[in-house]
Design a binder for this molecule. Sequence first.
Ligand SMILES: NC(=O)c1ccc[n+]([C@@H]2O[C@H](COP(=O)([O-])OP(=O)(O)OC[C@H]3O[C@@H](n4cnc5c(N)ncnc54)[C@H](OP(=O)(O)O)[C@@H]3O)[C@@H](O)[C@H]2O)c1
Length: 281
Amino acid sequence: MTNLVSPELSFHDGNSIPQLGYGVWKVEDDVATDVVVQAFAAGYRHIDTARIYGNEEGVGRAIAATDVPREDMFITTKVWNADQGYESTLSAFDASMERLGLEYLDLYLIHWLQPKQGKYVDTWKALIELQKSGRVKSIGVCNFTVEALAELEEATGVLPVINQVETHPYFPQTELREFEASKGILHQSWSPLGQGSELLADPALVAIAEKHNATVAQVVIAWHLALGNVVIPKSVTPSRIVENHAGLGVTLDESDIAAINALDKGAAGRIAADPAVSDFA
Ligand SMILES: NC(=O)c1ccc[n+]([C@@H]2O[C@H](COP(=O)([O-])OP(=O)(O)OC[C@H]3O[C@@H](n4cnc5c(N)ncnc54)[C@H](OP(=O)(O)O)[C@@H]3O)[C@@H](O)[C@H]2O)c1
């Protein structure tokens, strides 16, 4: 446990989100309980899960087991592609809340755009209704393009508070982030460590880490924080859960940030699917 406390970033709907959170993609349900309890103990208060991760029950058990008060937590889950559409999203939300064991949710997100499926506007209308009911405090999206964000605004007059998208030094999403900032939408980085791949061995990052007596993962987390991104690194390794949280204590200078910004590989930096065209069940 560090004494570090995550900054809170304000949403345009009046609520706020801890800037550093803990993601649980690819964490088995029975493992999720243990690691989320460890994450709370390390100081995280923001947990990012999803229906498709298959671990909402495990996360719910951790929420029930920890002595962190519910009002100090920030819990996110997401509506899966197969559940998109107005009525099916309302049902999917009920099922997620049942698995999580929660009375209210802090943030509900559309998981993918799914442009060929073409149900995201109806899905968004369901999220608006859920927010009006008070069962979810804030609503947002993942993997949305500039065009799709604009379409939601035009169709409903309501913009997401956040867009959660693949973002790391090799793929920093500069244009999307600029558009979001112009609309008051926060940017959330998924796979912020590049999924722990070659990014963490990058010589430029290793040099900055040595300069700050920090690890490369901590430097990358500090870069996301400095840019104003909400960041949700995942680890099931106890020492890394603590290490990543301690990234809050690393302060980069302007030359570090410029050097990290220069690692942008353009489209070649993307690891996962392109939301503008991907369409999967
Ligand atoms: N909305 C979406 O479509 C979407 C898509 C992908 C992810 N996400 C969210 O974003 C979260 C984070 O993304 P991610 O899980 O894809 O990738 P990530 O956080 O970039 O990287 C996780 C990988 O890095 C390793 N790692 C973590 N900390 C490390 C450290 N300090 N040193 C070295 N290796 C480290 C982890 O290994 P160990 O676990 O073995 O320690 C794991 O293999 C997810 O868990 C999920 O909540 C959302």
